[in-house]
Design a binder for this molecule. Structure first.
Ligand code: GRG
Length: 310
Protein backbone atom coordinates (compact mmCIF):
# COMPACT_ATOMS: atom_id res chain seq x y z
CA UNK A 1 0.00 0.00 0.00
CA UNK A 2 1.52 3.35 -0.99
CA UNK A 3 -1.28 5.87 -0.64
CA UNK A 4 0.87 8.81 0.51
CA UNK A 5 3.33 9.97 -2.18
CA UNK A 6 6.80 10.88 -0.90
CA UNK A 7 6.35 14.61 -1.62
CA UNK A 8 3.13 14.75 0.46
CA UNK A 9 4.88 13.00 3.31
CA UNK A 10 7.82 15.41 3.14
CA UNK A 11 5.44 18.39 3.09
CA UNK A 12 3.58 17.05 6.14
CA UNK A 13 6.84 16.44 8.03
CA UNK A 14 8.02 19.99 7.30
CA UNK A 15 4.67 21.46 8.42
CA UNK A 16 4.78 19.65 11.76
CA UNK A 17 8.50 20.46 12.14
CA UNK A 18 7.74 24.18 11.62
CA UNK A 19 4.87 24.06 14.13
CA UNK A 20 7.14 22.30 16.62
CA UNK A 21 9.87 24.91 16.05
CA UNK A 22 7.40 27.73 16.84
CA UNK A 23 6.10 25.98 19.94
CA UNK A 24 9.64 25.18 21.17
CA UNK A 25 10.66 28.81 20.60
CA UNK A 26 7.79 29.91 22.84
CA UNK A 27 8.61 27.26 25.46
CA UNK A 28 12.22 28.48 25.56
CA UNK A 29 11.29 32.15 25.94
CA UNK A 30 12.91 34.30 28.58
CA UNK A 31 9.78 35.14 30.60
CA UNK A 32 9.43 33.23 33.85
CA UNK A 33 6.47 30.95 34.57
CA UNK A 34 4.58 30.91 37.87
CA UNK A 35 6.84 29.15 40.40
CA UNK A 36 10.06 30.09 38.61
CA UNK A 37 12.28 32.78 40.13
CA UNK A 38 14.40 33.75 37.09
CA UNK A 39 15.48 32.26 33.74
CA UNK A 40 19.27 32.81 33.53
CA UNK A 41 20.09 34.13 30.05
CA UNK A 42 23.18 31.92 29.57
CA UNK A 43 21.14 28.80 30.34
CA UNK A 44 18.35 29.90 27.97
CA UNK A 45 20.83 30.72 25.19
CA UNK A 46 22.49 27.31 25.52
CA UNK A 47 19.11 25.53 25.64
CA UNK A 48 18.02 27.36 22.47
CA UNK A 49 21.34 26.45 20.82
CA UNK A 50 20.62 22.79 21.54
CA UNK A 51 16.92 22.67 20.66
CA UNK A 52 16.16 25.28 17.99
CA UNK A 53 17.06 25.41 14.32
CA UNK A 54 17.91 21.79 13.67
CA UNK A 55 16.85 18.20 13.82
CA UNK A 56 14.28 16.31 11.80
CA UNK A 57 11.63 16.57 14.58
CA UNK A 58 10.75 12.96 13.98
CA UNK A 59 9.59 12.39 17.53
CA UNK A 60 7.07 15.30 17.62
CA UNK A 61 5.92 14.15 14.17
CA UNK A 62 5.25 10.61 15.43
CA UNK A 63 3.34 12.00 18.42
CA UNK A 64 1.21 14.28 16.22
CA UNK A 65 0.48 11.60 13.61
CA UNK A 66 -0.20 8.79 16.08
CA UNK A 67 -2.60 11.09 17.97
CA UNK A 68 -4.31 12.04 14.68
CA UNK A 69 -4.88 8.32 14.08
CA UNK A 70 -7.09 8.39 17.18
CA UNK A 71 -8.82 11.65 16.23
CA UNK A 72 -6.78 13.96 18.51
CA UNK A 73 -5.28 17.03 16.83
CA UNK A 74 -4.15 20.55 17.77
CA UNK A 75 -2.22 21.96 20.71
CA UNK A 76 -2.24 18.83 22.94
CA UNK A 77 -0.28 16.44 20.68
CA UNK A 78 2.02 19.26 19.51
CA UNK A 79 2.96 20.14 23.10
CA UNK A 80 3.41 16.48 24.04
CA UNK A 81 5.68 16.15 20.98
CA UNK A 82 7.67 19.19 22.10
CA UNK A 83 8.07 17.69 25.58
CA UNK A 84 9.55 14.59 23.95
CA UNK A 85 11.79 16.69 21.70
CA UNK A 86 13.17 18.52 24.78
CA UNK A 87 13.96 15.18 26.37
CA UNK A 88 15.55 13.93 23.16
CA UNK A 89 17.71 17.09 22.95
CA UNK A 90 18.85 16.58 26.56
CA UNK A 91 20.00 13.08 25.59
CA UNK A 92 21.95 14.48 22.62
CA UNK A 93 23.65 17.18 24.74
CA UNK A 94 24.70 14.66 27.40
CA UNK A 95 25.63 12.02 24.82
CA UNK A 96 28.04 14.52 23.20
CA UNK A 97 29.85 15.33 26.49
CA UNK A 98 33.57 14.48 26.78
CA UNK A 99 32.76 11.74 29.34
CA UNK A 100 30.27 10.13 26.94
CA UNK A 101 30.82 10.24 23.15
CA UNK A 102 33.01 13.38 23.15
CA UNK A 103 31.58 14.90 19.96
CA UNK A 104 32.24 18.38 18.58
CA UNK A 105 29.43 18.53 16.01
CA UNK A 106 25.69 18.02 16.33
CA UNK A 107 23.00 19.00 13.83
CA UNK A 108 25.74 20.72 11.82
CA UNK A 109 26.64 23.05 14.71
CA UNK A 110 29.20 22.92 17.54
CA UNK A 111 27.92 20.76 20.40
CA UNK A 112 26.72 22.64 23.49
CA UNK A 113 29.88 21.96 25.54
CA UNK A 114 31.96 23.32 22.62
CA UNK A 115 29.80 26.40 21.98
CA UNK A 116 29.46 27.09 25.73
CA UNK A 117 31.26 24.86 28.27
CA UNK A 118 30.88 21.47 29.90
CA UNK A 119 29.15 22.60 33.10
CA UNK A 120 26.61 24.60 31.08
CA UNK A 121 26.00 21.57 28.82
CA UNK A 122 25.27 19.34 31.83
CA UNK A 123 22.83 21.95 33.17
CA UNK A 124 21.20 22.34 29.73
CA UNK A 125 20.52 18.59 29.71
CA UNK A 126 19.14 18.69 33.25
CA UNK A 127 16.93 21.69 32.46
CA UNK A 128 15.58 20.11 29.24
CA UNK A 129 14.82 16.85 31.05
CA UNK A 130 12.84 18.63 33.76
CA UNK A 131 11.17 20.96 31.24
CA UNK A 132 9.87 17.89 29.37
CA UNK A 133 7.90 16.79 32.43
CA UNK A 134 6.75 20.36 33.17
CA UNK A 135 5.28 20.54 29.64
CA UNK A 136 3.57 17.14 29.86
CA UNK A 137 1.88 18.14 33.13
CA UNK A 138 0.24 21.22 31.58
CA UNK A 139 -3.53 21.40 31.08
CA UNK A 140 -3.07 22.23 27.38
CA UNK A 141 -1.68 18.72 26.75
CA UNK A 142 -4.97 17.14 27.82
CA UNK A 143 -7.93 18.34 29.86
CA UNK A 144 -7.88 14.90 31.54
CA UNK A 145 -5.41 14.82 34.46
CA UNK A 146 -5.36 10.99 34.31
CA UNK A 147 -4.08 11.18 30.72
CA UNK A 148 -1.35 13.63 31.75
CA UNK A 149 -0.22 11.41 34.63
CA UNK A 150 -0.09 8.41 32.29
CA UNK A 151 2.07 10.37 29.83
CA UNK A 152 4.43 11.47 32.62
CA UNK A 153 4.79 7.89 33.87
CA UNK A 154 5.29 6.43 30.39
CA UNK A 155 7.92 9.02 29.46
CA UNK A 156 9.77 8.42 32.74
CA UNK A 157 9.80 4.67 32.02
CA UNK A 158 10.93 5.12 28.41
CA UNK A 159 13.63 7.67 29.23
CA UNK A 160 14.93 6.26 32.50
CA UNK A 161 16.42 3.14 34.08
CA UNK A 162 14.73 0.53 31.89
CA UNK A 163 14.82 2.69 28.76
CA UNK A 164 17.14 5.27 27.27
CA UNK A 165 19.49 5.90 30.23
CA UNK A 166 19.75 2.17 30.98
CA UNK A 167 20.49 1.53 27.30
CA UNK A 168 23.21 4.18 27.32
CA UNK A 169 24.84 2.47 30.31
CA UNK A 170 24.74 -0.91 28.54
CA UNK A 171 26.31 0.74 25.51
CA UNK A 172 29.16 2.22 27.54
CA UNK A 173 29.66 -1.15 29.26
CA UNK A 174 29.89 -2.91 25.88
CA UNK A 175 32.59 -0.43 24.84
CA UNK A 176 34.62 -1.64 27.84
CA UNK A 177 34.30 1.59 29.86
CA UNK A 178 33.76 -0.11 33.21
CA UNK A 179 35.26 -3.54 32.73
CA UNK A 180 36.63 -5.71 29.93
CA UNK A 181 35.18 -5.11 26.46
CA UNK A 182 32.90 -7.98 25.41
CA UNK A 183 31.25 -8.70 22.06
CA UNK A 184 27.47 -8.58 22.42
CA UNK A 185 25.20 -11.27 21.05
CA UNK A 186 22.68 -10.22 18.40
CA UNK A 187 19.91 -10.40 21.00
CA UNK A 188 21.91 -8.22 23.40
CA UNK A 189 22.38 -5.63 20.63
CA UNK A 190 18.63 -5.68 19.94
CA UNK A 191 17.80 -5.18 23.64
CA UNK A 192 20.36 -2.39 24.08
CA UNK A 193 19.09 -0.53 21.02
CA UNK A 194 15.43 -1.00 21.99
CA UNK A 195 16.31 0.72 25.27
CA UNK A 196 18.74 3.41 24.15
CA UNK A 197 16.98 4.63 21.01
CA UNK A 198 13.79 2.63 20.54
CA UNK A 199 12.12 3.50 23.84
CA UNK A 200 11.59 7.21 23.02
CA UNK A 201 10.29 6.48 19.52
CA UNK A 202 7.96 3.89 20.99
CA UNK A 203 6.78 6.41 23.59
CA UNK A 204 6.06 8.87 20.76
CA UNK A 205 3.66 6.39 19.18
CA UNK A 206 2.11 5.23 22.46
CA UNK A 207 1.34 8.88 23.23
CA UNK A 208 -1.20 8.89 20.40
CA UNK A 209 -3.07 5.98 21.97
CA UNK A 210 -2.95 7.58 25.43
CA UNK A 211 -4.16 11.01 24.25
CA UNK A 212 -6.88 9.34 22.18
CA UNK A 213 -7.91 6.99 25.04
CA UNK A 214 -7.71 4.18 22.51
CA UNK A 215 -8.96 0.66 23.28
CA UNK A 216 -6.53 -2.08 24.32
CA UNK A 217 -6.10 -3.65 20.89
CA UNK A 218 -5.45 -0.31 19.18
CA UNK A 219 -2.94 0.56 21.92
CA UNK A 220 -1.18 -2.76 21.41
CA UNK A 221 -1.02 -2.12 17.65
CA UNK A 222 0.42 1.39 17.94
CA UNK A 223 2.86 0.19 20.60
CA UNK A 224 4.05 -2.60 18.27
CA UNK A 225 4.35 -0.08 15.42
CA UNK A 226 6.48 2.13 17.70
CA UNK A 227 8.77 -0.77 18.59
CA UNK A 228 9.18 -1.65 14.89
CA UNK A 229 10.01 1.90 13.77
CA UNK A 230 12.37 2.20 16.75
CA UNK A 231 14.31 -0.83 15.54
CA UNK A 232 14.24 0.38 11.93
CA UNK A 233 15.49 3.83 13.02
CA UNK A 234 18.52 2.33 14.76
CA UNK A 235 19.44 0.00 11.89
CA UNK A 236 19.18 2.95 9.47
CA UNK A 237 21.35 4.97 11.87
CA UNK A 238 23.96 2.21 12.00
CA UNK A 239 23.97 1.99 8.18
CA UNK A 240 24.41 5.77 7.91
CA UNK A 241 27.31 5.61 10.34
CA UNK A 242 29.03 3.19 7.94
CA UNK A 243 27.93 4.61 4.59
CA UNK A 244 27.46 8.36 5.02
CA UNK A 245 29.80 11.21 5.87
CA UNK A 246 30.11 13.84 8.58
CA UNK A 247 29.03 16.75 6.34
CA UNK A 248 25.78 15.02 5.33
CA UNK A 249 24.94 13.80 8.83
CA UNK A 250 25.85 17.01 10.67
CA UNK A 251 27.53 14.77 13.28
CA UNK A 252 30.62 12.56 13.24
CA UNK A 253 30.31 9.51 10.94
CA UNK A 254 32.22 6.24 11.26
CA UNK A 255 32.21 6.34 15.06
CA UNK A 256 30.78 2.84 15.60
CA UNK A 257 33.56 1.11 13.69
CA UNK A 258 36.19 3.32 15.37
CA UNK A 259 34.81 2.30 18.78
CA UNK A 260 34.49 -1.35 17.64
CA UNK A 261 30.80 -1.14 18.53
CA UNK A 262 28.55 -4.15 17.92
CA UNK A 263 25.53 -3.17 15.80
CA UNK A 264 23.06 -5.13 13.70
CA UNK A 265 25.05 -3.97 10.65
CA UNK A 266 28.11 -5.72 12.12
CA UNK A 267 26.02 -8.81 12.88
CA UNK A 268 24.04 -9.00 9.61
CA UNK A 269 26.30 -7.19 7.12
CA UNK A 270 25.12 -4.25 4.99
CA UNK A 271 22.87 -6.32 2.70
CA UNK A 272 21.47 -8.27 5.66
CA UNK A 273 20.71 -5.00 7.49
CA UNK A 274 18.92 -3.64 4.40
CA UNK A 275 16.87 -6.83 4.12
CA UNK A 276 15.98 -6.51 7.83
CA UNK A 277 14.77 -2.95 7.18
CA UNK A 278 12.50 -4.20 4.38
CA UNK A 279 11.07 -6.83 6.74
CA UNK A 280 10.46 -4.22 9.43
CA UNK A 281 8.64 -1.90 6.99
CA UNK A 282 6.42 -4.82 5.93
CA UNK A 283 5.73 -5.62 9.60
CA UNK A 284 4.83 -1.98 10.29
CA UNK A 285 2.36 -2.08 7.37
CA UNK A 286 0.85 -5.31 8.72
CA UNK A 287 0.22 -3.93 12.23
CA UNK A 288 -1.38 -0.80 10.76
CA UNK A 289 -3.76 -2.81 8.56
CA UNK A 290 -6.76 -2.57 10.92
CA UNK A 291 -6.62 1.26 10.67
CA UNK A 292 -7.01 1.30 6.87
CA UNK A 293 -6.21 4.54 5.04
CA UNK A 294 -6.26 6.54 8.29
CA UNK A 295 -2.78 5.13 8.91
CA UNK A 296 -1.29 5.99 5.50
CA UNK A 297 0.93 8.71 6.90
CA UNK A 298 2.34 6.30 9.53
CA UNK A 299 3.02 3.77 6.75
CA UNK A 300 4.94 6.46 4.86
CA UNK A 301 6.76 7.34 8.09
CA UNK A 302 8.01 3.76 8.50
CA UNK A 303 9.38 3.86 4.94
CA UNK A 304 10.98 7.26 5.54
CA UNK A 305 12.66 6.06 8.75
CA UNK A 306 14.04 2.97 7.00
CA UNK A 307 15.31 4.89 3.96
CA UNK A 308 16.44 8.15 5.58
CA UNK A 309 19.73 9.72 4.42
CA UNK A 310 20.31 11.94 7.49
C1 GRG B 1 22.60 11.24 31.74
C2 GRG B 1 25.03 12.04 31.44
C3 GRG B 1 23.82 11.38 30.90
C4 GRG B 1 23.85 10.93 29.65
C5 GRG B 1 22.75 10.30 29.03
C6 GRG B 1 20.75 9.17 27.63
C7 GRG B 1 21.97 9.49 26.93
C8 GRG B 1 23.08 10.13 27.61
C9 GRG B 1 22.11 9.23 25.66
C10 GRG B 1 21.00 8.68 24.90
C11 GRG B 1 21.36 7.92 23.80
C12 GRG B 1 21.40 8.60 22.49
C13 GRG B 1 21.78 10.02 22.33
C14 GRG B 1 21.10 7.85 21.47
C15 GRG B 1 21.24 8.34 20.13
C16 GRG B 1 19.97 8.24 19.41
C17 GRG B 1 20.08 8.91 18.08
C18 GRG B 1 20.57 8.12 16.93
C19 GRG B 1 19.79 10.20 18.01
C20 GRG B 1 19.71 10.98 16.76
O1 GRG B 1 18.34 11.12 16.50
P1 GRG B 1 17.78 11.85 15.20
O2 GRG B 1 18.44 11.27 13.97
O3 GRG B 1 18.39 13.30 15.43
O4 GRG B 1 16.30 11.84 15.24
P2 GRG B 1 17.77 14.73 15.09
O5 GRG B 1 18.98 15.63 15.17
O6 GRG B 1 17.16 14.66 13.71
O7 GRG B 1 16.76 15.00 16.17
Amino acid sequence: MDAVPDQDFTRRLSTVAAEAEDALTRLLGSSTLPGEIARPERLMAAMRHSVLGGGKRLRPFLVVESAALFGVTGEGPLLAGCALECLHCYSLVHDDLPSMDNDDLRRGKPTVHKAFDEATAILVGDALLTLAFDILARDEVSADAGVRVELVRELARGAGIGGMVGGQLLDLAAEGRFDKKRALTEQEVITLQAMKTGALLRFACRTGGILGKADASSRAAIDRYGAIVGQAFQIADDLLDVESDTATLGKAAGKDAAAGKGTLVTALGIEGARAKLDTLVAEAEAVLKPFGHKADILRATARFIAQRRT
